[in-house]
Design a protein around this ligand. Structure first.
Ligand code: AMP
Ligand code: ZN
Length: 468
């Protein structure tokens, strides 16, 4: 398996920290919950989903963390403008985020730590303290604490950035005079009036963490000092990920990340889809236009993650047509497989071209190209009555395998098996009687059958485990 590593700007052979155990730690920067995420953000999350699922198909055990940034300038401003406490303000967007994740069939990370949880705030304070004691950080006159980038020789390595260029950048907010160097970034922001009641105590006085230290703290707290893969969109490379390296390695003295993977942007008319440009769509915007979650999933997934993807309505239509082709093909294969006539012609041996394309820096375009070529060929064979039942069954099995990565089967095909439905009913009863122990036992049993149960405001929902 090979990936393009932003750190080296080269395609590298993938060698995890622990090749024998095949365990992989992945950290992915999650949403800042000051508004509903737009589909550009979801391009990044779908790329990460594809990465995780492919690694799993190849037999790796993935431990993935995705953080939730629930305190920063934007969330504080938003809560002030809305006149509600920060926690309440961000809760609505967290909920919306998880709804969208489910609609897009993005596999949930193992953990979704939120920056405001006290244990992570404690970890941030501990890390900042360690950086100060090593001369890598200092408290300035404005009482905020900054990272001293000159003391970290590798600063700029990820972005391939010359430190001296930083001198020429424009002024950075109000605090530049207090910093030793214009590129020094805030680890701890001293409380000011605009922060209202958003503050935590620290050895440097009341304040709140900077965005970058949040990720260093949550990543190292949950995954350890060293992780295999760290992802995000290209806009995260600098300064966010550069800062994460400086902070984490400044504290641990160990190489923080082995592979940095960044996805290119979703564009609209050649420009990045973003909140600030106002050229964005949210998932509900597209659902309202009649597109389904899987159509949007396909549209965001079908282009190689390092190539910019232009969002267009034609692109949405093409995605719809591609999925219709897959649906028709599956229906035909099922029909053929059901004939149970075996004329001994089964010479079908699906190879590994799909997986091999993904091994190659997650080349989804090539993998899908191979899928559609297969569809064309097997359809032709079915037209000519040359595909026997066993071969059709073999292709259906192949689809099942590659669909653990794609997760593009039509909703109509996803049927809850009766035994799972039965356990679900029992669990609903247990919950009605407030028998939480029984309810948890039933959840376990449902899980053992490969299904997941979630309690939503519309009641209990059953989904295939890892499919949503
Ligand atoms: P944010 O909530 O702005 O921190 O962004 C969350 C994630 O979405 C980050 O990994 C960003 O790099 C990514 N992102 C933001 N805008 C886009 C876009 N237009 N296309 C792809 N990814 C994006
Ligand atoms: Zn981050």
């Amino acid at each position: 398996m090979r990936f393009f590593n932003t750190y080296s700007r080269q395609i590298e052979e993938f060698e995890p920290r622990d090749p024998a155990e095949r365990k992989i730690a992945i950290y992915t920067c999650g949403p800042t919950v000051y508004s509903r995420a737009h589909i550009g953000n979801f391009r990044a999350y779908i790329f990460e989903d594809l990465l995780q699922r492919h690694l799993e198909l190849r037999g790796y055990k993935v431990h993935r963390v995705m953080n939730i940034t629930d305190v920063d300038d934007k969330t504080i401003r938003g809560s002030r403008e809305a006149g509600i406490p920060l926690g309440k303000f961000t809760a609505q967007f967290k909920e919306a985020f998880f709804e969208d994740v489910e609609t897009l069939r993005i596999k949930r990370a193992d953990e979704f730590p939120a920056a405001t949880e006290q244990r992570y705030i404690d970890r941030m304070i501990e890390m900042i303290g360690a950086l100060i004691s090593r001369g890598l950080a200092y408290q300035a006159e404005d009482r905020s604490v900054y990272f001293r980038i000159h003391k970290f020789p590798n600063y700029g390595k990820l972005a391939h950035f010359d430190l001296t260029q930083l001198q020429s950048t424009g002024r950075v907010k109000h605090d530049e005079y207090d910093k030793e160097h214009i590129g020094d970034f805030a680890l701890w922001k001293a409380w000011d009036e605009e922060d209202g009641d958003v503050k935590w105590d620290s050895p440097w006085g009341p304040g709140r963490p900077g965005w970058h230290i949040e990720c260093s703290a949550m990543a190292t707290a949950l995954l350890g000092d060293q992780i295999d893969i760290h992802c995000g969109g290209v806009d995260n490379i600098f300064p966010h990920h550069e800062a994460e390296i400086a902070q984490s390695e400044g504290v641990t003295g160990k190489k923080f990340v082995r592979y940095w993977l960044h996805c290119a942007h979703l564009l609209v008319d050649g420009q990045k889809m973003s909140k600030s440009l106002g050229n964005f769509y949210t998932l509900p915007d597209l659902l309202e236009k009649g597109y389904t979650g899987r159509e949007i999933r396909y549209a965001l997934m079908r282009v190689h993650y390092r190539a910019p993807l232009n969002f267009t309505w034609e692109g949405m239509e093409e995605s719809r047509q591609s999925l219709a082709r897959i649906d028709e093909w599956l229906a035909r294969l099922r029909e053929t497989a059901a004939k149970k006539i075996d004329d001994g012609k089964n010479k079908t041996q699906p190879g590994e071209q799909f997986e091999q394309a993904l091994d190659d820096d997650l080349n989804i375009s090539a993998a899908l190209g191979f899928l559609f070529e297969t569809i064309r060929e097997t359809n032709r064979a079915m037209d000519e009555n040359e595909l026997d039942a066993a071969s059709a069954g073999t292709w259906l099995d192949w689809w099942k395998r590659i669909n653990t990565v794609l997760d593009l089967e039509s909703e109509a095909e996803i049927v809850v098996p009766p035994e799972v439905a039965h356990l679900g009913k029992e669990r609903e009863n247990a919950r009605r009687q407030k028998d939480w122990k029984r309810s948890d036992e039933l959840r376990e049993q449902i899980s053992a059958l490969g299904w997941e149960v979630r309690d939503t405001k519309d009641g209990q929902k059953l989904t295939r485990r890892g499919a949503s």
